[in-house]
Design a protein. Structure first.
Length: 263
């Protein structure tokens, strides 16, 4: 491994390209520890500060993760989002077995909390209005890949199973439909990119300057009144969005006016 001192590309970026390629080839697999920064610096004949810049860059990209006192490891976890929140409803309004096998959702908090602005706006209430919230963390291969929360109006969910700290043996929306008596009829997904909060960065084990993807999911009843407002946040570099859909064929030409005579 070497760098070209005469190249226009900065040395730390040249090193990043080579490390990225080695990881892609499988020289270092997910969860495997990389050589130490001094060792990599010796490999390339550069200063340790140059390698540190390389590691910082690959951490921002989500390729590496640093464990204090242990070393730098290949993160290797990329989450594929399938049709945003549509995947939670499944083909038959149930679990997606393949997703359930790869991702483990852990319930971390249930209680009442003031509504953050985007949730309050979705419900059409004042900021800080007390709502019932269920917060969760999703892991795969013991790596955190999603932090999220589902919010409900107190008047809809107070005293129901939604306010108890318990995991359900079925999707949350099915529990919510039964608890509130309001079947879900439609939903909207709003996806945005932003910097993480300090708490999000700590939980997702990413640098504070690593961008995240944030989803706001609003589920409505038949009267188009919100039943649930859900938030989900993913590390941006480790998350891909895939949407598959059919493309309709060209519409046939309309029949000419039978009363029109062409001469």
């Amino acid at each position: 491994m070497s760098i070209n001192p005469g190249a226009a590309e900065f040395p730390h970026r040249q090193i990043a390209d080579q490390l990225r390629e080695r990881i892609r080839r499988g020289d270092w697999g997910p969860g495997e520890r990389l050589p130490s920064i001094p060792a990599i610096a010796e490999m390339f004949g550069v200063a340790k500060q140059t390698v540190q810049r390389t590691v910082d860059q690959l951490r921002v990209e989500g390729l590496l993760i640093t464990k204090p006192g242990s070393g730098t490891y290949v993160r290797g976890t990329k989450r594929r989002l399938n049709r945003l929140s549509r995947g939670r409803y499944g083909g038959f309004r149930g679990y997606h077995a393949d997703l359930a096998a790869r991702y483990r959702q852990h319930l971390v908090e249930v209680g009442r909390a003031p509504a953050p602005p985007e949730v309050a706006d979705a419900f059409g209430v004042r900021d800080g209005t007390e709502l019932i919230v269920r917060r969760h963390l999703v892991r795969t291969e013991d790596v955190p890949v999603e932090v999220g929360a589902s919010w409900f109006r107190v008047e809809d969910a107070a005293g129901t199973s939604l306010e108890r700290r318990e995991a359900f043996g079925r999707p949350l929306y099915q529990e919510a439909e039964e608890a509130t008596g309001r079947p879900y009829a439609s939903a909207t997904d709003t996806l945005s990119a932003r910097q993480p909060s300090r708490e999000e960065a700590e939980i997702l084990q990413i640098r504070p300057d690593t961008p995240v993807l944030h989803l706001l999911h609003v589920a409505f009843d038949a009267g188009h009144k919100p039943v649930e407002v859900a938030q989900a946040t993913w590390p941006g570099p480790m998350t891909t969005l895939t949407e598959e859909y059919k493309i309709p064929g060209p519409a046939p030409d309309p029949d000419p006016d039978p009363g029109l005579t062409l001469g």
